[in-house]
Design a protein around this ligand. Structure first.
Ligand code: SAH
Length: 302
């Protein structure tokens, strides 16, 4: 899964209607603006530290960062922008969208400074392992196609995700800051086979054409929270994306945007429903806040 996704992201920009999938920041500017408002607010309540930076994990096209920073800059945040991104193809897109962004191959090289961080649909792209009755579920190639070695009741875990959560929590514990993790997955430790492939906006066989389709699995927020807590940061409960966006005022933002662009009123309403409705992205996607112990909690995630 790691090798397939590394090739996949290195060789294309998969986002958008012409690609394989659409993410929340690509649906509407309202998503990034609310993320930016939440980060600007927690930064202000932390005393507006001048050395704080904005950081993002897996920034895609840079759309979330651009929308979040437009709000944060207006709130007086003047810090540098740091992107953790492994794909050179996407780094090029991000550098155009957010000039001056500084790139990192992993969280470990972020500067020793308080961080205001966002990670949307980053953890779901990191590899999982699958277990059946305590034994690893493996993949073989039979000369024609890839196959799983066995079937049965499946548990998933992800050392790669836990390592990233620990590195993030370590950064917050050592230098301060707040992080928003937004992804789809399980809040309460539910289990099952969630490995999925998406290609051209449709589900595909996860073992077909490795590296040519998007491989993800549900994020186990319970495991992520435990990993982060082990580093001594505050971890919020997992709130559904729909309820968090509503609590932070997506309704008011949609009304303002519609008043400014009356011909866009219907499109704005559709985008709001897509981001927040329970049968769209609103319930499956969860928002979790991580904060240093001496920082305030993120709004809506108290
Ligand atoms: N956050 C963006 C993009 C999500 S797609 C959005 O919401 O639109 C996943 C992103 O994570 C891509 O930018 C991809 O290149 C990046 N990524 C995947 N695996 C990574 C890894 N191991 N390290 C750093 N970035 C990674």
């Amino acid at each position: 899964m790691a090798a397939a996704n590394a090739h996949y992201y290195a060789t294309r920009d998969p986002l958008g209607p012409a690609g394989d999938f659409v993410t929340a920041p690509e649906v509407s500017q309202m998503f990034g603006e609310i993320v930016g408002a939440a980060l600007a607010d927690v930064w202000a309540r932390a005393g507006r530290p001048a050395d704080a930076i904005y950081a993002e994990l897996g920034p895609g096209r840079g759309t979330l960062a651009a929308d979040a920073l437009s709000v944060m800059r207006r709130a007086g945040f003047a810090g540098a922008v740091h992107f953790v991104e492994t794909s050179d193809a996407l780094r090029a897109v991000q550098a155009k969208r957010v000039p001056g962004a500084i790139f990192h191959g992993s969280l470990a090289s972020l500067p020793q400074a308080p961080v205001l961080l966002a990670a949307n649909e980053f953890f779901d792209a990191l590899p999982v392992r699958q277990w059946i009755a305590g034994e690893a579920r493996c993949v073989t190639h039979d000369g024609t196609r890839f196959r799983f070695t066995r079937d049965g009741a499946i548990r998933e875990d992800s050392p790669a995700r836990e390592a990233a959560a620990i590195a993030l929590a370590h950064q917050l514990a050592a230098y301060g800051g707040a992080a928003l993790i937004i992804d789809y997955g399980f809040a309460g430790g539910e289990q099952g086979d969630t490995l999925q492939a998406v290609r051209g906006h449709a589900f595909a066989d996860p073992l077909d054409q490795p590296g040519e389709q998007d491989l993800t699995a549900h994020v186990d927020f319970h495991a992520l929270a435990a990993a982060a807590r082990s580093e001594g940061v505050k971890v919020s409960r997992a709130v559904t994306q729909g309820s968090w966006l509503e609590a932070l005022g997506i309704g008011a933002r949609a009304a303002t945007l519609a008043a400014l662009n009356p011909d866009q009123t219907e499109a704005i309403a559709i985008a709001r429903r897509r981001l927040g409705d329970e049968d769209e992205m609103g319930r499956l996607f969860k928002v979790v806040g991580l904060t240093a112990v001496n920082w305030p909690r993120i709004a809506g995630l108290e």
